[in-house]
Design a protein around this ligand. Structure first.
Ligand SMILES: [Zn+2]
Length: 266
């Protein structure tokens, strides 16, 4: 599997790993990228893997094109650092099987709902023209998650307004779904991730600085204990239970989803 992150314009912005795997470290200046079926946009590297990693792996297995845009490097996190988290995100991306991953380099903890942030996200949405956007929970333990969720949902709407000029075609995703992360938010629908659970956990473990490592000298966090994976499994079992799945990821919606046939729901 090869992850080719956009057309090469500025060689100084690119690095290559041992497999000649081209990695773009900054938001690509191109205004048009590969059209994606799903774009997950979230505050920190690892948010998507924790909350929607299984859903993404399922979509990739179905032949869908999926990408991730992280707003920040998570540089204010208690463990690891921004550069390390970029490397870990690259590793996780390979395990997920996604097409592209970019980082907008907004300021962890201090990004705000302003024109600059909105325009950066609008440019990413227009660049990849996703049909579906996945994003952070509307309210969560980390304040960045709720703030990012509002920012990203607003940007998805504004991206469809032609008078907001970015030298790109206007584009509004057909659906925006918010995932569950730390706090429990009763889901509006769930996605069965039973068959891809182990692959999701492998993608999470790519973030070695964030999750359980008994030799790490860094301070403990709510996700660094060995029990975190037990918590995640029990959360996903709880989500799956009413729908008849062993494990599922849960999502929330702003706009009521509709089906043309009742049989699409069974
Ligand atoms: Zn986060």
């Amino acid at each position: 599997m090869r992850l080719l992150l956009g057309k090469c314009v500025d060689q100084s912005r690119l690095t290559f790993d041992e497999n000649d795997f081209m990695i773009r470290r900054t938001f690509a200046p191109e205004t048009r990228g590969m059209k994606l079926d799903i774009l997950a946009i979230a505050a920190h590297p690892d948010d998507v893997e924790i909350s929607a990693g299984g859903t993404i792996i399922r979509a990739v297995n179905e032949g869908k094109k999926v990408g991730i845009v992280d707003l920040t490097k998570g540089e204010m996190g208690s463990r690891g650092n921004g550069e390390l988290r970029l490397q870990e995100a690259e590793h996780a991306s390979k395990i997920l099987g996604i097409e592209v991953r970019e980082n907008l380099h907004l300021a962890d903890c201090f990004f705000t709902h302003n024109e600059e942030s909105l325009r950066a996200i609008i440019a990413a949405v227009r660049k990849y023209q996703p049909d579906i956007v996945l994003t952070n929970a509307p309210s969560d333990r980390h304040p960045d998650h709720g703030r990012a969720s509002k920012l990203i949902r607003d940007a998805c709407f504004y991206s469809g307004l032609r008078r907001i000029e970015t030298n790109q075609e206007q584009w509004r995703p057909k659906a925006v779904y918010m995932f569950n992360q730390d706090y429990y938010n009763a889901p509006d629908f769930v996605v069965d991730v039973t068959d891809v659970w182990e692959q999701k956990i492998q993608a999470l473990k790519a973030y070695k600085s964030q999750f359980f490592n008994p030799t790490s000298p860094e301070p403990a966090t709510p996700i660094s204990g060995s029990e975190f994976f037990d918590f995640l499994k029990s959360r996903c079992m709880d989500f799956g239970r009413p729908a008849g799945f062993l494990m599922a990821e849960g999502f929330l919606v702003d706009r009521t989803p509709g089906v043309r046939s009742l049989f699409d729901l069974i």
